[in-house]
Ligand binder design. Sequence first.
Ligand SMILES: *Cc1c(COP(=O)(O)O)cnc(C)c1O
Length: 396
Amino acid sequence: MPGFELFGEQERKEVQDVLNTGVLFRYGFDQLRNGHWKAKAFEAELAERIGTTYCHLCSSGTAALSIALAACGVGAGDEVIVPPFTFVATIEAVINAGAVPVFAEIDETLCLAPERLDAVITPRTKAVIAVHMCGAMARIVEIKNFCTEKGLILIEDVAQAIGATFQGKNLGTFGHMGCFSFDPVKTITCGEGGAIITDSRSLYTKADAYADHGHDHIGNDRGLEGHSILGTNFRISELNAAVGLAQLRKLDFILQKQRANKERMKEALDRFSEITFRKIPDEKGDSATFLSFFLPDESAARKLSENLGRAGIGGCFYWYDNNWHYVRRWEHLKKLKSLAKVPQQLLPNCPNYENIDLSQSDRIMGKTISIQIRISWNENELSQHIEKIIDVVRTR
Ligand SMILES: *Cc1c(COP(=O)(O)O)cnc(C)c1O
């Protein structure tokens, strides 16, 4: 899965370009930078690759979500519908915007269930964040249709699914804005980094300014730039952008490898009648970072997960017990524990996160196991890994 498996000469070359000039800042220093604009180049190539008009790089995927929420005007007191299975960053971004995360159920796509959105909508609902988990897509067209019908903003969190498509169209291009992460364990990495994409010039302009203290980036004297809004600093450095540029150029190779390796793993598990697979609305568009499957119930899944662990097999995840990716173990969220008072504590309508009913999501996550698909396995390593997993499944 992670781009760091392929770290090499290309990354070093791009970084060396930056080191040779000493210009680590993405803006200005035109004469000194010897023609190197790594952040700008990354933005242009990413927009081209994903098939979108605008792209703005930033310091992380979490920052990308914060930028998207700000650009879309989501703020104090607004409600944002989110899935309970995601990386906690999605929820943190909503809370840090002053908005209220409202959980809706997922289905066997492991992403938001479109038909469960209506149950949690209120007059305060402003947006939906659809998270494309573990490499593959939510039922994004149905979610989009719901948002259009209700007049809601749709933001896609594509941190885990760069390069995945639904019916040929890249994830991240269905909503008003799409957010990517390039942290060290994502499909492509630049150390720390993220990006927002959009087809809207106005949303892009707002995002571009917000991520750099409101700078309008007009003209070529940074000191004279206007500031029409208050923003913050979510900038990426040229060093990080340089790494990302080299990684982006490997994306197609990465996807091809992951898809081939996943196919092999899936074939091997397909012969067990008690195993069924995660529903993927468009199998061809899967970025194939994980093979996710269901056991008949929670106890069977937990047992298999324990046995895989006991056999020393790495890269297998039982998210239901994981304290980063599923709401069940987010004690800090349940108690709204933060360093200072958060706006949600002042809101009479903020849900009590300690007793939200997510029984459908619990049932699905309870029986789910994911196996990470690596890029760098050679033929031998892949067959041995499959062999070991099969042995454990057979004897469970
Ligand atoms: C990784 C991740 C993020 C946050 O990205 P960072 O770059 O680590 O801040 C957000 N959402 C999801 C679904 C993620 O997996």
